[in-house]
Design a protein around this ligand. Sequence first.
Ligand SMILES: *Cc1c(COP(=O)(O)O)cnc(C)c1O
Length: 403
Amino acid sequence: MFNIEKIREDFPILKREVHGKPLVYFDNGATSQTPQVVIDAIVDYYSNYNANIHRGVHTLSQEATDKYEEARIKVQKHFNAKNSYEIILTAGTTHSINIVASGYASILKEGDEVLVSALEHHSNIVPWQMLCEKVGAVLKVIPMDNDGALKMDAFHELLNSNTKLVFCNHVSNALGTINPIKEIIDAAHKVGAKVLIDGAQACPHIKPDVQELDVDYYVASAHKMCGPTGVGLLYGKEELLNELPPYQGGGEMIETVTFEKTTYAGLPHKFEAGTPNICGGIAFGVAIDYMNSIGFDAIAKQENELLEYGTQELEKIEGLKIYGTSHKTSVISFNIEGVHPYDVGTILDKLGIAVRTGHHCAQPIMDFFCIPGTIRASFAFYNTKEEIDQLVGAVKKAQMMLV
Ligand SMILES: *Cc1c(COP(=O)(O)O)cnc(C)c1O
């Protein structure tokens, strides 16, 4: 049973006020809020068993190691990876992408082609640009249409025997578009290309199955799925991670070290140099348990209702335009005619409503629509229709003040 009052009780921050108004938090696409169980796990770690992992024989170190490795298994099960060592715990999506992109510098050759979608977050554009510049590979863009959907015909035409890598987000953070990643993965594999899917914006709403998708690499961040900042995952197929050179040198990622030659540790440690975010990893596992205890079907149902209701109510406002109308998650990216999104965001904040304004780290999408940015309201399962009513009222107020 989905009990919204009870769920809201799990999030202490939802009780606070901003500028004397109850907080309406609609910036879930940037980071989600943290339930008490996750906060408790963080406090428990630092209060009771804070120690470095994998190295110590003492009790605290063993307890911390066990919990950290349990968290890895929770992540493995959640994403349905075949093996726990195919889950690399990283600092987040950006870090994960950079591990793969920098590794490909020694795999790609001049003239190889890399495809990225027009809907990407900067963190999924810049590392590939840097990579292509370094090795002389060619970066090509899968275009999008006016609804914010990828042009799949164009994608199929771009694929050829030189295509070595395809990078695409599962869900666009700027528009919420859900991309047809299974079709992308299958088509890329037919020409022998590997695929990395950026799941940062999908994982708060969807439970991906990496084996069913047959995806080569899948990345996400804990902080968008009720977990802490500074931790995330890189999933990779075993044989691909074995081929990929390590990203950073240091402790933990080695097997033996002499000044003549160092041999690297096996997976996952090869990619986990140095002391990891131990507490963050453990709390990530707790966040995954929390989300599963609510259930992704219930989450999707609540969020779809919010999306439908919010779209219907916002569309009633004259001069308001919504960007991205294709199949999407609970994100409404919009503008009011004649008003800069930043000014609307500032007035909304004064009324206690947190939205994101700007280019959402996706400038190419804003260029496509010829706008400086949008106002983005992104809903989570703990949001309500009453909060949407407050947003709609506040947008009308802002319109009256600014137009
Ligand atoms: C948030 C986000 C990122 C970046 O995630 P970090 O946690 O900041 O590394 C990358 N891609 C998408 C689609 C995102 O939404």
